[in-house]
Design a protein around this ligand. Sequence first.
Ligand SMILES: [Zn+2]
Ligand SMILES: [Zn+2]
Length: 66
Amino acid sequence: MCFILYTLHSCNHWVAQPSPGNGPVLRICQEAEQMRLGRPCPDTEHKVANRSQGMCDGCLWKKVTK
Ligand SMILES: [Zn+2]
Ligand SMILES: [Zn+2]
């Protein structure tokens, strides 16, 4: 299943990771590449790629502007 990678921040927000080179954020899985000729699967999996000890940009920004 094709997937989108997220960083899970300490504020419990999931922030989608941009892919290198500003490509599409949706990652095409091997199955889609081979069986569907590069078309993404109808369902998208949302995966946590890594966890951050810090807050997301949105929460940081709110904190700064308080
Ligand atoms: Zn897929
Ligand atoms: Zn947040």
